[in-house]
Structures are given as C-alpha cells and as structure tokens.
Design a protein around this ligand. Structure first.
Ligand code: FMN
Length: 156
C-alpha cells in the first residue's frame, strides 16, 4: 500500500478535477472526470459517484483503477494506481468514511456511492518543461501558462 503524503493531499485539496480510469469486465478501458473527490487521511482517495454508472460497474467487475489530477497552471500533478471499492450511500460506512466527501456534494448533488481507492502506487506527473527547461522558475512557468490559457490571476 502507498500513502497519500501531505504533498499529495495538499494537491488533492487544490485540484478542481480528477480523472478516474477503470477497466470493464471485457477489458474495455473507461475514463471520466470527477470534481467531487478528497483524501481520507493518508489511507485512501474518495470519489463521489453522482452520475458515473460505468465507473461503478467496472469497479465491481475489476477493482484496479488509476486516478490522475493536475494543476494546469503549475503543470504538476499525481497519478494514483490502486484498488477501488464501491460503498453504497445508504451503507453506514459511506458516512463513516466519506462524511466530508458527501458534504462537498449534497444536498445539491446526491451521492449514489462513495468510491474508495486504496493506493498501491503514487507517482508524480510533471510537464516536460520541468525536464527540458529546468532553468524556468515557478513564476515564469505560471506566467506562461496564464498567458497560454488566457487567464488573469485574481488580485489578492
Ligand atoms: C467537470 C465535470 C465534473 C464532474 N464531476 C463528477 C463527479 O464528481 N462525480 C460523478 O459521478 N460525475 C461527475 N461528472 C460526470 C461524469 O464524468 C459523467 O457523468 C460521465 O459520463 C460518467 O462516466 P462513467 O459512467 O464512465 O464514470 C463530472 C463531469 C464533468 C464534466
């Protein structure tokens, strides 16, 4: 088992979207975005099933998953490979492990299941610029991505 370190958890909190990849019983791959996700301490990544029937069916058939998320401005993220389990919303375990997750979604977006991913491997995702242009500092990288994506950061 791999642990969600403080660095990984900070990036989970700062990320707006993750991508959950699963594999169906017949081997068909599937990937879809999820906005409602959070860490359960160091132990697990929790993802809300609000409208993800294929992900849920695939996990029931094959628990191996991969989840990735990136900060598009810092151009950094993580890839988490793990074993997932589907916990029904009316199972008391859903609230026991996923109260914070459920609170992020409900009442506006009812959670059907809590998807609990136990990580087996966690790897950094970095844009190629980190290797090809190591001289670029964070301020320059941010300025470039803001420009590339047509975004102006809010004044603080
Ligand atoms: C920006 C964005 C955020 C989303 N967040 C979630 C989410 O947190 N939970 C969820 O179940 N579906 C979410 N969805 C919807 C699913 O990605 C969508 O229903 C998808 O088709 C589900 O596919 P699946 O059944 O293959 O998992 C989101 C979609 C978008 C575009």
């Amino acid at each position: 088992m791999a642990k969600l370190t403080e660095a990984v958890r900070a990036d989970i909190d700062a990320s707006v979207l993750c991508w959950l990849a699963t594999v169906g019983a017949d081997g068909t791959p599937n990937v879809s975005p999820k906005e409602i996700f959070c860490a359960e301490g160091e132990a697990a990544l929790l993802i809300a099933d609000i409208a993800s029937p294929v992900s849920v069916a695939n996990i029931r058939a094959n628990p191996s998953v991969c989840v990735s998320f990136v900060d598009v401005f810092r151009q950094l993220g993580w890839k988490i490979v793990g074993e997932a389990r589907v916990i029904a919303r009316d199972d008391p375990e859903a609230m026991r492990v996923g109260a914070a997750l459920i609170g992020m979604a409900e009442p506006d977006y009812p959670v059907r299941h809590v998807i609990r991913v136990t990580p087996t491997k966690i790897a950094r995702i970095r844009a190629p610029s980190y290797v090809l242009h190591p001289e670029m500092d964070e301020a320059e990288r941010l300025a470039r991505t803001y420009r590339a994506y047509g975004v102006r950061p809010a004044a603080r």
